[in-house]
Design a protein around this ligand. Sequence first.
Ligand code: HEM
Length: 151
Amino acid sequence: MIVLHQAFLLLHLLGAMAWVGGMFFAYFCLRPSAAEVLAPPERLPLWLATLGRFLRYMSLAVVAVVATGLGMMLATGFKYAPMGWHIMFLLGLVMAVVYAYVHLGLLPRLRRHCEARAWPAAAQALNAIRRMVALNLALGVATVIAAVSAR
Ligand code: HEM
C-alpha cells in the first residue's frame, strides 16, 4: 500500500509541477518576450498554437492531480485528513474549474477571433486568459503552501 501511495504522490507532484511550472513560464517568460518581439498578427496565432498544446497536455495533468489527490485523501479518510489537505482539495477543485473555463470557454473564443483576423478582439480574449492564468498561478502557490503546512 505504501508503494501505491508513493506512486500516487509521484504522479500528483509531476502533474502539479507541469501545471504550475507551465503557467509560470507562460506568464513571466513567454508573455513579455512575445509582446516585445512580435506584432499582433504573429503574436496572437502563436499564443493560440502554444495554449492549444499546453491546455491539451494539462487536461491529463489536471485529471492526474485531482484523481491521485482524491485517492490519497480517501485512503487516509476525510475525517482524519489534516486541515492543509482539505484546503488543498478545495483550492485544487477551484483551479480545475478555472482551467476548464480557459480551455473550453476562452480558448475557442481566441481561436474564432484569430481565424477572423479580428486582432483587437483576439487580444481581448487573450487578456481574459492572462487574468485567469494569473489567478490559477496564485491559487497554485497557495495550494502548495497548504500542502506543505500539513507536514
Ligand atoms: C483535488 C485536489 C487535490 C487533492 C485532493 C490533493 C490531495 C493531496 C494529498 C492527500 C497529499 C498528501 C500526500 C502525502 O503527504 O503522502 C498531497 C500532497 C501534495 N499536493 Fe495535493 N491535492 C490536490 C491538489 C493539488 C494541487 C492543485 C497542487 C499544486 C498546485 C498540489 C500540491 C501538492 C504537494 C506539493 C504535495 C506534497 C506535500 C508534501 O509532501 O509535503 N495538490 N495532495
